[in-house]
Design a protein around this ligand. Structure first.
Ligand code: SF4
Ligand code: SF4
Length: 325
């Protein structure tokens, strides 16, 4: 949270935010990890790729970047380079970490110092049963306390499990330390998919809004219109949420922009192609009203993996300004 109590992601509107999943290597392998990071994963961006993406995104109006992974504290030299570059461009920079390094106040200061000197503004951390399988909740608490002593905004993210007692213990430890936390929804993707075989379905009218439209560069060089990646299967790549790869020779920035605009419009209540309007009114989308979805992202993959539906959205979006003029 910021000093004003605002979640650190919400300091900037989504169209100004960029997320860079720098690496898939992580020192641990949480059961719920949506990007399926682990010590065995090797995918990583080069610092040149990150610099180029930061520059292009700055030109396109992005002003805030979060470096995530995997675990970025495994790569302090590379992080220092890209954070410095981002700051020189003018970005506000946050990093996400599992805080494995915060074994004591002294060690936490030592590990955080290079990031602070490079110019980060915020640190997002995790405390839940999935992370605390590997180390105690005191680590994220120590990391958050140390980060605030440097003047950083901090945020501890908590994800519920079906082990209610253990969840309550972690929440009690956070409360005893005076650490606020935000609750995240467990998504049925990545490794969490296996845990969520049984799930109450929701009709479209019951689904939440999509509030994770942050352009995200993944460690493989792929770019997505949101940060809730679903990359263990191909489905996301069959939707316009997948924007292409920075490693592709025929990478087309204009095509990427068009796809991203379409996804943003699909989740914008003011747009003519807002998803609830489409499900109420358009014959290609109306059948979705008969189905159940575990959450908005499951609906998203189902709705947008049909090329006919995407073509209809493109046509309507393209027609909208003319109709209004
Ligand atoms: S959830 Fe975070 S800490 Fe856990 S394996 Fe994934 S990247 Fe690593
Ligand atoms: S609803 Fe779609 S665009 Fe939004 S976060 Fe979920 S998968 Fe991403």
């Amino acid at each position: 949270m910021t000093a004003e109590g605002v979640p650190i992601w919400d300091r900037f509107p989504s169209h100004q935010r960029l997320c860079v999943n720098f690496t898939l290597t992580c020192n641990i392998a949480c059961d719920h990890c949506i990007v399926e990071s682990s010590p065995r994963r090797r995918e990583r961006l080069s610092t040149d790729e990150v610099r180029a993406t930061l520059s292009e995104a700055w030109e396109n109006g992005r002003r805030h970047v979060t470096f995530s992974g995997g675990e970025v504290f495994l790569y302090p030299r590379e992080m220092r380079e890209v954070i410095t570059w981002a700051r020189e461009l003018g970005y506000v920079v946050d990093v996400e970490s599992n805080a494995f390094w915060a074994r004591s106040d002294e060690l936490a200061r030592e590990k955080l110092t290079p990031f602070v000197e490079a110019g980060i503004s915020g640190l997002a951390l995790s405390a839940d049963i999935y992370h605390m399988k590997y180390f105690p909740v005191e680590r994220p608490i120590t990391a958050a306390r140390t980060a605030r002593s440097f003047g950083l905004a901090t945020e501890i993210q908590f994800c519920r499990s079906h082990h209610r007692e253990r969840d309550e213990e972690i929440i009690a430890a956070l409360a005893a330390a005076g650490e606020p936390y935000v609750v995240l929804e467990l998504l049925d993707r990545g490794r969490a998919r296996e845990m969520l075989q049984v799930w109450r379905g929701h009709r479209v009218e019951e689904l939440s809004e999509c509030d994770d439209l942050t352009t995200t560069l993944h460690a493989t060089g792929d770019v997505y219109a949101c940060c809730q990646l679903d990359i263990g299967v191909d489905q996301m790549k069959r939707t316009p949420v997948f924007l292409g790869s920075i490693r592709s020779a025929d990478s087309d920035a204009a095509a990427r922009d068009r796809r991203e605009q379409l996804v943003r419009a699909f989740y914008d209540p003011e747009s003519p192609i807002y998803f609830r309007t489409m499900v109420r009114q358009h014959p290609l989308f109306q059948p979705l009203d008969e189905e159940s979805f575990s959450n908005i992202c499951t609906f998203c993959m189902r709705a947008l993996s049909d090329p006919a539906r995407v073509a209809a959205l493109e046509e309507l979006l393209h027609a909208a300004p003319t109709a209004a003029s």
